[in-house]
Write a protein that binds this ligand. Structure first.
Ligand code: NAP
Length: 301
């Protein structure tokens, strides 16, 4: 553990999927961390952000907070931008004023999904909806404002805490014998725990916070790209074998055109993990084993 992880971390978004994993990981490792939900620190409040970071004087700030309601964002554009763009600017300004590195999380939804193969960090973002646009605006303002930053773009987050596709599928399995899931949107499921671990691995890298640190944008996702249909089938198969559900529902494969949502999703949002592997020796996870871990933990509740 280097000097960064042996001093205080400042974690924002402690009640979210990734935020909770960050807080729990820090506690397990005995790393000093202060953490905040939106009630304790609202990232939209510029003065509060500066004063709180200044008061705690952390070695690193990690932003796991975001406005994440993809469909609702279409009607709540101002709210989405207030958190995902302006909130990030507030954090970047405070971190710059105090010379503190900022780790920020972004999304595969900055892409339109038309490339058809894994996206690189050098590919041009082209968000389809308000959520993706607000997250991209947050990336831009951070990279323009404060050099000492890492932006980690992740995809299809699932985990033990919060709301996600895995938990939705388990709820559905308890109440319905069959369901339809889209088979023409592809991405890589990524566990919240693996994202937290990737962040701690970056912090532990020998080069972090020293001259020559590889600041910037990195992609991190859970390995094999699948469709939501494939993911649902895998969730049911593994949940049934663990007796988390009585019987796997019958899953019908449908197209996006048969499942209209307020905003289109990228058809293909695989993220190449080559850069983070080369730079930080962090390899893309394996979402199947992470799924087993999450199902096992959910079975114990
Ligand atoms: N979920 C996905 O599938 C997905 C996919 C790709 C990328 N991402 C990105 O991954 C990151 C983590 O996502 P997640 O799934 O862990 O999110 P999440 O579970 O929705 O949690 C987001 C947290 O942000 C906090 N928050 C919202 N508005 C805030 C504000 N104004 N001030 C301070 N905190 C605020 C909320 O805090 P309270 O609960 O305390 O109100 C919430 O717990 C985000 O950057 C997201 O964009 C997520």
């Amino acid at each position: 553990m280097n000097e960064v992880t042996s001093t205080r971390l400042f974690i924002i978004g402690k009640n979210g999927q990734v935020g909770r994993e960050l807080v729990e990981y820090a506690a397990r490792q005995g790393i000093d961390a202060v953490s905040f939900g939106s009630k304790e620190l609202d990232v939209r409040d510029r003065a509060a952000v500066l004063s709180s970071i200044s008061e705690h004087s952390p070695a690193v700030v990690i932003n796991a907070s975001a406005y994440t309601a993809v469909d609702k964002a279409e009607e709540e554009e101002a709210q989405a931008f207030a958190v995902n763009r302006d909130g990030v600017e507030n954090l970047a300004l405070a971190c710059k004023a105090l010379d503190i590195p900022l780790i920020h999380i972004s999304t595969d939804y900055v892409f339109d999904g038309k490339k058809g193969s894994s996206y690189l960090e050098t590919d041009q973002a082209s968000p389809i909806g308000v959520y993706g646009a607000s997250k991209y605006a947050g990336e831009e303002v951070l990279s323009e404002t404060w050099e000492k930053h890492i932006i980690l773009r992740v995809s299809w987050v699932f985990g033990i805490h919060g709301n996600n596709f895995v938990k939705t599928m388990l709820r559905v399995a308890a109440s319905r014998p069959e369901l339809s899931v889209v088979n023409d949107q592809l991405g890589a499921p990524t566990s919240a725990r693996s994202i937290a671990l990737a962040i701690f691995n970056i912090l532990s890298a020998r080069s972090f916070d020293r001259d020559g640190c590889a600041w910037g944008l990195y992609h991190f996702s859970g390995g094999k790209v699948v469709s939501w249909y494939d993911f649902a089938v895998e969730i049911f198969k593994r949940a049934e074998s663990r007796q988390l559900i009585e019987c796997a529902p019958l899953v019908h494969s449908i197209g996006t055109k048969d499942y209209p949502t307020a905003v289109e999703r990228p058809a293909y949002s695989g993220l190449s993990g080559d850069l983070i592997a080369e730079t930080y020796a962090i390899t893309a996870g394996d979402w199947q084993s992470d799924l087993d871990e999450v199902l096992s933990a959910l079975g114990q509740y």
